[in-house]
Write a protein that binds this ligand. Structure first.
Ligand code: BGC
Length: 745
């Protein structure tokens, strides 16, 4: 019997770790600051973007002169060992103060070897796998001269219309916090100055995912309890894990655009949490303070950004060109400016550039670390872990490898580009394995028939007849449906999350051919697919799984890998149910199908697939949870144990989930909230005792006055393999407490 102990994931109340002061760094930074002209200081805060060219991304001709003049501190989107070395040489040999450049890029889910999109990785519920993915990305990216990635994206998303839901860990702050910390560890390692680790960026600070209507960049208006208790938590976890940078978000929060939000950046992030890293603007975010309507000029926008604590100006060039007068007049203080410059120089020091500016620009290492067999194997492993079996009626899956004829239908099946997902850095679609290719490789002696069926969008049905013809000839049909990768990600929102185009029609025609049908979904957001759920026996959520996608999907379809992923986000039945998330409040008239309850007339109020849902080719049972005590003070710990048994015929993975509800409190509390999880692997008939420990932090919430409190009273614990398949137990808190990390300013 295995015994698993679980430490709680980073939670609210944790401070960023106090860094050991590095006197050498402070001396160097002080001496540089003393020497720097105003223009050179503003230059350190200026980030310029590379331009695409036939030989890869390059700086503009005039930018080399700016490097020489000390007017630029970092570049975005420039990489390549030889080229970054060349630019670095200009900075350290050609500029007056010889300050090295930082090279940054969006290395979000892989650099050349592409891993699953972050939402998919979150479905693995496997922080170690997610950490490995970020580690590999960091090894490849730093081998190409990069020092800094704009990841992890840790925005909570409760609205699947929002295209950027694909870039985060879904709807839950606890899972989001655990994965934020894992990604930070993966990118940054234990030594930021090592040549294969890079500065990570928690983004987008803050509440970017709460855009009204699911429209990217839109207004955010949130209660302080939800802002701090839900949206801030993954940021706090990233800060506690020592993330080196944070990116401000495009949105406003309660009337104040984040690039001007001194209360949240300087106040909460730096002040209350004690975090000491560098804050970078989002693309042109300083300039966008003007259309937001809080700045009348570029100079005003720049001053607001510096007051708020946004250190680096990504591409708007306002800091470099428009704020010197404000500094001279004292509108921006020397102290404010110097602190921003100090943080940029500290970041450069921490990644090791003052010891060796060429450390990351090593042509030989670049060759050695790119798309290695090990990296591809890691990508395939994480991809398999990220697949969720949504439905498997009559055990249609796994399909037999001895099938003679398999039909693969759907444009997406052959779309290796979409397999790469929303951000693909230097990933190449020629190197990615489509679902169709993966299936062909898995069944070398079977006949694999392919028909495109329908485009993802549009009204064309001319491919239907061929699709039906190949379906009729096959032992089983694999129908690949969903969205092209361009249908999620930045600014790619959808007003309807139903299957686009004629794909549902195609599914109806193929299903009517009478062969067993498996649907593999490729998508960057939850989809509302009630017809598929009702009529198709087996449905796999395969997201966008990266370079090795086709192999991973074939591994699952033909039973070489038993799927164990769980949804990190709720799947509604219809767009009109949005927002729909598991940790909702009960209301005074809790949802039910009849009477005056919180419901709809036209669809059930429940989700199609709840948060935490996912099946396996085997089955698991749970014992009733055993509690170490029935009553506790807030200062005590509570140990919860349950036995999970594999009752089926195959080895498999289960994600054991622990939820908690504060039954009666001074403000309303969610019906349940995730407070622990563990992915375990069990052989047939094997069992495991899983142990979770709850502490005050797990029980706390923000009360009416925004104090973080644990209140006395009853709590319910739920354990199970999904948020709606649970066993319960109860306990009492006899003495409450007020925790640190009190009121937001
Ligand atoms: C996105 C960021 C990204 C930045 C740089 C922006 O448009 O919002 O997430 O890091 O561009 O590419």
């Amino acid at each position: 019997m295995l015994v698993m102990a679980l430490a709680a994931a980073p939670v609210e109340g944790q401070q960023a770790p106090a860094r050991t002061p590095v006197p050498a760094m402070e001396r160097l930074v002080d001496s540089l600051l003393a020497l720097m002209t105003l223009e050179e200081r503003l230059g350190q805060l200026t980030q310029l973007s590379g331009q695409p060219s036939d030989s890869g991304p390059r700086v503009r001709a005039e930018d080399e002169a700016r490097i020489r003049a000390g007017r630029v501190g970092s570049f975005l989107g420039i990489y390549g060992a030889a080229y970054t070395r060349r630019l670095q040489r200009i900075a350290v040999q050609g500029s007056r103060l010889k300050i090295p450049l930082l090279f940054a890029y969006d290395v979000i889910h892989g650099f050349r070897t592409i891993f699953p999109v972050p939402l998919a990785e979150a479905a693995s519920w496997d922080p170690a796998a997610v950490e490995r993915s970020a580690r590999v990305a960091s090894v490849e990216a730093t081998g190409h001269g990069l020092h800094w990635t704009f990841a992890p994206m840790v925005d909570i998303a409760r609205d699947p219309r929002w295209g950027r839901i694909v870039e985060g860990a879904g709807e839950d702050p606890y899972l989001g916090a655990a994965l934020a910390a894992a990604r930070v560890r993966g990118f940054q390692g234990t030594d930021l100055a090592a040549p294969n680790t890079m500065l990570a960026t928690a983004k987008h600070f803050a509440a970017y995912g709460a855009a009204e209507g699911g429209r990217d960049y839109n207004t955010v208006d949130l209660s302080p309890q939800t802002l701090h208790g839900i949206y801030m938590r993954p940021f706090q976890a990233a800060a506690a894990a020592g993330v080196g940078s944070v990116m401000a978000s495009f949105n406003e929060v309660n009337g104040v655009p984040m690039h001007a939000n001194a209360d949240l950046i300087n106040g909460v992030l730096r002040g209350r949490w004690g975090w000491d890293g560098v804050v970078v603007s989002d693309w042109n975010g300083i300039q966008e303070l003007m259309p937001h309507g809080v700045a009348a000029s570029r100079a005003e926008a720049g001053a607001l950004g510096l007051h708020a604590g946004v250190d680096v100006d990504m591409v708007s060039e306002i800091y470099g060109k428009d704020v010197s007068a404000a500094v001279r007049s004292g509108q921006v203080t020397q102290h404010e400016l110097n602190e921003a410059v100090r943080r940029v120089l500290q970041a450069k020091y921490r990644v090791g550039l003052f010891q060796d500016p060429y450390r990351y620009s090593d042509v030989e290492r670049e060759r050695e670390v790119t798309l290695t067999a090990d990296h591809r194997a890691a990508a395939r492993d994480v991809a398999r872990r990220s697949i969720v079996l949504l439905k498997n009626q009559g055990k249609v899956l796994p399909l037999s490898k001895s099938s003679k004829t398999i039909a693969v239908i759907g444009t997406l099946a052959a779309d290796a580009g979409s397999a790469l997902g929303s951000w693909s850095a230097d990933g190449r679609k020629e190197e990615a394995v489509s679902v169709l290719d993966g299936i062909r490789r898995a069944l070398p002696s079977a006949q694999v028939l392919y028909a495109r069926g329908a485009e993802v969008e549009g009204t064309d049905t001319s491919g239907f007849a061929e699709a039906v013809r190949v379906a009729r000839r096959a032992d089983a049909v694999i129908l690949v449906l969903g969205e092209r990768r361009e249908m999620s990600g930045e600014a790619n929102n959808r007003a309807s999350i139903e299957l686009p185009g004629m794909q549902e029609e195609l599914a109806k025609r193929v299903q009517a051919a009478g062969r067993p049908v498996v649907v593999a979904l490729m998508n960057g957001r939850p989809l509302a697919i009630p017809w598929l759920d009702q009529h198709i026996p087996a449905i796999l959520e395969t997201w966008y799984l990266g370079t090795e996608m086709g192999y991973a999907v074939a591994d699952v379809i033909f039973g070489d890998y038993n799927p164990g992923g769980k949804l990190p986000v709720t799947f509604p039945r219809a767009t009109g149910q949005i927002p729909l998330y598991y940790n909702h409040k009960n209301t005074g008239r809790p949802s039910g199908e009849k009477g005056n309850t919180s419901k709809y007339l036209d669809v059930p109020w429940t989700p199609l697939y709840p948060f935490g849902h996912g099946l396996s080719y085997t089955t698991f049972t749970y014992s009733t949870p055993q509690l170490s005590r029935r009553s506790m003070r807030a200062t005590d710990t509570l140990v919860i144990q349950m036995v999970v048994t594999n009752t089926g015929q195959r080895a498999g993975d289960e994600v054991v989930q622990l939820y908690l509800r504060d039954d009666v409190a001074s403000v309303t509390r969610p019906v349940k909230e995730l407070r622990g999880f563990r992915r375990v692997t069990l052989r047939p008939r094997e069992h495991v005792t899983v142990t979770f420990t709850l502490r005050a932090d797990d029980l706390a919430f923000y009360d009416r006055r925004m104090n973080r409190v644990v209140e006395p009273g009853g709590f319910t614990v739920f354990v199970g393999g999904g948020s709606s398949e649970v066993k319960e137990a109860r306990f009492e808190v006899t003495t409450g407490a007020q925790l640190g990390d009190a009121r937001p300013r």
